[in-house]
Design a protein around this ligand. Structure first.
Ligand SMILES: [Zn+2]
Ligand SMILES: [Zn+2]
Length: 174
């Protein structure tokens, strides 16, 4: 499995507006084979998971490594995964993090936690962050070489740059 991709999917899941099953289907736009399985129960479970997961990103942002580790371990225990070797492409056997009977929520939660756990083990526990732009609380995975990412998106980054520029101009004028 591609753990960076799953870790990034985890951030996207936390940032997603999952108000109802339609919103969850929209979030899964590129995984159409899951759409028919989406239930209101998945929406409720994922909303709860969003609340459980946010402190992991906040602790990582704050550099609190033991908190990241213990919180992720608690979530892994709370949401056990049942991995499976998939042969949907017989020439490329690979692992799926959930078996075929898993609900959409169980699948997304399993991918999310395995992605984050692997990321933490391979790249360290301080690679998750919360956007520094005011009025944005989106989270992100920082895969930049010098760990310098501060914003969830280019949009937030340029908005913050414009705000900083205006503040400097205002300070210079007064
Ligand atoms: Zn597969
Ligand atoms: Zn942002």
């Amino acid at each position: 499995m591609d753990f960076i991709r799953y870790a990034e999917a985890s951030a996207a899941l936390l940032n997603a507006d999952l108000a109802d099953p339609d919103a969850l289907v929209a979030h899964l736009a590129d995984r159409s084979w899951l759409h028919a399985s989406v239930t209101p129960g998945d929406v409720a479970a994922l909303q709860e998971f969003q609340v459980e997961l946010r402190p992991v990103f906040e602790a990582s942002e704050a550099g609190e490594v033991p908190v990241v580790v213990s919180h992720l371990n608690d979530l892994l225990a709370l949401h056990p995964v049942t991995p499976m070797i998939s042969d949907h492409d017989p020439s490329h056997l690979h692992m799926h993090v959930a078996n075929r009977s898993a609900s959409v929520a169980e699948l997304l939660i399993g991918e999310s936690l395995m992605g984050l756990a692997t990321l933490v083990c391979d790249l360290g526990a301080t690679r998750l962050g919360v956007c520094h732009a005011s009025s944005c609380d989106n989270v992100f995975v920082d895969t930049s070489p010098n760990q310098s990412r501060r914003y969830c998106s280019d949009r937030c980054s340029s908005r913050a740059n414009v705000a900083a520029y205006r503040a400097r101009q205002k300070a210079a004028a007064s």
